[in-house]
Design a protein around this ligand. Structure first.
Ligand SMILES: Cc1ncc(COP(=O)(O)O)c(C=O)c1O
Length: 403
């Protein structure tokens, strides 16, 4: 957007000219607890005054350990866990792959159609979409294999059939015995907020378990309260071997993590994983304050309530507009897929026009999807009902005006 932010909080971004925008993007699912959430601000201020960096690998500090222990406690599964902290989602995904390879002695990695896992060299190979993420940036690392995904709006398959198709593909093209890891977003982010058909994820996880393949849930976008559960895996009682988190876990500061089964996490040699800034003390302080905010403000339930409002209101818009082919999502992670009326042919031109008109009307909305035809809504959970209602009124007007 052609604006520069000056201040932000409570679901509003104010630009340097004094214009206010309602935030339905949370800086791409980062400021889940809201911008400059009070506990985060206090914690960061205190930590900055104490020390800003020592490097955890040189002189460790409590904040890192506290974040690791908290993630071990709140991620799905009651098995013995370990966590390692990094700076970005892509870096954490790469480390999950390193851990899986080290633990299994295998090299192949399964990913899925429409996936987005980041922009580093390995994660570009894992990401599906060429433009703008990969074009001209190859060659990409080998041993990354892309399987079909469950995409109910486009394939009409139930979860079991879609999983059987993916498994058959992987067995035929790669071989289960060669796979170190299967990496999947429980709900795809950049790929279009694709919610797989029920049963798809558990069937894949069961197959992975049977064949000693490390099941990695990339919850970088879905993680921490966003979907009306702390983690999206919980909606299908899924217990991943490794779970990758980033974005929403630290209230806007750069922090990411891999959390998982102790025996997998302990597989790499000492000193094999790390980095100068991973688990920076200021980011760790922000993460602990973020977790406290989520708990004290009941933000898991709030995400579910925001989701109900978003789905209701967007379905009402869909009922009178045949260009809206699908409304989907979980909790405060909801999207509409825009198509040519009456079918499933993607309409990225209209999508772009609606997004531009929404921006002009004072809404921060994001687009996504392999076909560029999905409008996604990721409001901060600190947004109030009145402001959310106002945003949806404006959106309704904007969509009607572009008809
Ligand atoms: C599911 C998923 N994985 C990984 C990433 C990469 O995270 P980062 O941009 O912090 O490297 C993203 C970012 O959008 C994401 O949505």
């Amino acid at each position: 957007m052609p604006v520069y932010a000056a201040t932000a909080g409570g679901g509003v971004v104010v630009d340097v000219d004094g214009n206010s925008f309602i935030d339905l993007g949370s800086g791409i699912a980062v400021t889940t607890v809201g911008n400059s959430a009070p506990l985060v601000v206090d914690a960061v201020r205190d930590q900055v005054a104490d020390f800003t960096h020592t490097c955890f690998m040189i002189t460790p500090y409590d904040g890192y350990v506290a974040v690791a222990e908290a993630l071990n406690a709140i991620t799905p599964g009651d098995h013995d866990k370990r966590s390692a902290l990094f700076n970005s989602g892509a870096e954490a995904v790469e480390n999950a792959v390193k851990i899986a390879r080290s633990a299994t002695g295998r090299s192949a990695v399964a990913v899925f159609d429409h996936a987005y896992h980041g922009r580093t060299s390995l994660t570009m190979a894992m990401t599906a979409k060429n433009m703008p993420y990969k074009n001209g940036f190859g060659p990409f690392p080998a041993e990354v294999y892309r399987a079909p995904l469950s995409y109910p709006f486009r394939d009409g398959l139930d979860g079991a059939s879609a999983a059987a198709r993916s498994i058959e593909y992987l067995e035929r093209h790669v071989g289960a015995e060669n796979l170190a890891a299967l990496v999947i977003e429980p709900i795809q982010g950049e790929g279009g907020f694709v919610v797989p058909a029920p049963g798809f994820l558990p069937a894949l996880a069961g197959w992975a378990r049977e064949h000693g393949i490390v099941f990695v849930a990339d919850e970088v976008q879905t993680g921490i309260a966003r979907t009306g559960a702390l983690f999206a895996c919980e909606h299908e009682d899924l217990v991943p071997d490794l779970i990758v988190t980033a974005k929403g876990i630290a209230g806007g500061l750069p922090l990411a993590a891999v959390t998982g089964r102790a025996e997998l996490m302990d597989a790499p040699h000492v000193g094999g994983l790390g980095g100068t800034y991973g688990g920076n003390p200021v980011a760790c302080a922000a993460a602990l304050a973020t977790l406290r905010t989520i708990q004290e403000d009941g933000l898991v339930a709030r995400a579910a309530a925001i989701g109900d409002t978003l789905l209701d209101r967007l379905r009402a818009i869909q009922a009178v507009d045949p260009r809206i082919g699908d409304v989907r999502g979980r909790g405060a992670m909801v999207a509409v897929e825009i198509v040519r009326p009456g079918g499933v042919e993607p309409d990225p031109v209209t999508t772009k026009a609606v997004a531009a008109a929404a921006h002009a009307a004072g809404l921060i909305v994001l687009t996504c999807g392999s076909f560029g035809n999905v409008l996604r809504f990721l409001p901060p959970l600190a947004i109030g009902d009145a402001l959310l209602g106002e945003a949806l009124d404006v959106l309704g007007d904007v969509v009607a005006r572009t008809r």
